[in-house]
Design a protein around this ligand. Structure first.
Ligand SMILES: [Zn+2]
Length: 358
């Protein structure tokens, strides 16, 4: 079973991998190698390139799948000309972050360049190159420079959602040692930042059993209401929808009883795959980590107010929140089959209290 130090190593490795929507190859390779070292795990790739990792053996219960996405907002090269590399930006980032910035190529032979053109409507632009030229399909991200992480935090290019992937796999690594959690598995999706494209593919092409209970694992923009370091979040909904009530209530009750540090919030700063799964008739609850420098947008609050400079930064998560999320996933995997007893509690209250109605 993975120690906290080992889980943190997976977290740091994954959150530093090159990735973008449609270009998740490095993450897929990492996960295949990870699962390949564990013969009791089975990994399958669906027709959209989503990865499903499950525990071999006979299940008595319907599957519980932790779902996280393997992509992160990034620059994908579409064409290389004498002027430089034309790119498509895949993901949601404010246009202010594309002004006079340096980028680093993280796949292929190219090293770096300067962003000289960006059209925020069709999200395309031009990178002036220094040194070797990239090829179409190569991925770049902002040049973040060096920064020492604060103690107790991970600062990395792509915590969203590689921290979710790492937490899901760390939970699976513990679940595989427990006979009662043989129904737990992990689904890692592609192209979430383009609008849940991989998740919708999985939902509509039969990759996800209809009876599965899904735990959508995200990183979600931290706020004064849901800050970094106050624990992982049971996410009751997002900007678009409220998640499966029964699953959420069961998880909430079990997590409260477990005494785990956690928050219970509506994270309305964005939408996540649980909304997509719900729309396609699957049952999904949401769990997340508060995320600093959401989508690499440093100073975002000030930029939104119009009073600060847009500085691309490494994303940040609190390590305690990460470990708490792994614990929470295991509690949730067990809790979804447990009656949370609300009706019984209310029946008791009614029996005792009805006298006051006369
Ligand atoms: Zn995101």
């Amino acid at each position: 079973m993975a120690s906290k130090a080992v889980a943190e190593k997976w977290l740091a490795e994954m959150a530093n991998l090159p990735t973008a929507s449609g270009r998740e190859d490095a993450v897929q390779d990492w996960v295949r190698a990870w699962a390949g070292r564990r013969p009791d795990l089975k990994i399958t790739t669906d027709t959209g390139g989503n990865l499903l990792v499950t525990i071999r053996g006979r299940r008595r219960r319907d599957p519980v799948l932790a779902v996280a996405h393997m992509d992160h907002p990034g620059f994908v090269v579409t064409e290389v000309t004498a002027a430089g590399a034309r790119f498509e930006f895949r993901g949601g980032v404010l246009p202010q972050y594309f002004v006079d910035v340096r980028v680093d190529f993280v796949t292929g032979p190219a090293k770096g360049g300067r962003l000289v053109e960006y059209d925020p409507i069709d999200k395309t632009g031009l990178i002036a190159l220094t040194g070797p030229r990239p090829s179409p399909g190569d991925v770049a991200r902002w040049s973040f420079g060096r920064r020492r992480a604060r103690k107790g935090y991970l600062a990395a290019p792509a915590c969203d959602d590689l921290a979710g992937c790492a937490a899901a796999l760390a939970a699976l690594d513990r679940a595989r040692k427990r006979a009662d959690l043989i129904h737990f598995g992990v689904l890692l999706t592609r192209a979430e930042e383009m609008g849940f494209v991989g998740a919708i593919h999985a939902a509509t092409t039969g990759s996800i059993p209809q009876a599965a209970r899904l735990l959508s694992v995200e990183t979600s923009r931290a706020s004064a209401d849901a800050p970094l370091g106050e624990g992982p979040v049971i996410r009751v909904g997002d900007a678009s929808s409220v998640f499966d009530a029964e699953l959420t209530n069961r998880i909430t009750t079990a997590v409260r009883e477990s005494g785990l540090t956690h928050q219970r919030k509506l994270m309305s700063g964005g939408s996540c795959e649980a909304t997509a799964f719900g729309a396609y008739g699957l049952r999904a609850a949401g769990l997340c980590l508060p995320l600093g420098n959401y989508h690499n947008m440093g100073n975002l609050d000030l930029v939104e107010e119009g009073s600060g400079a847009a500085v691309p930064m490494l994303e940040e998560v609190a390590l305690d929140d990460f470990h708490g999320l792994v614990d929470l996933l295991l509690v949730a995997a067990e809790a979804v089959d447990r009656d949370w007893g609300l009706r019984e509690r209310l029946d008791r209250v009614y029996t005792e209290g009805r006298r006051v109605l006369g």
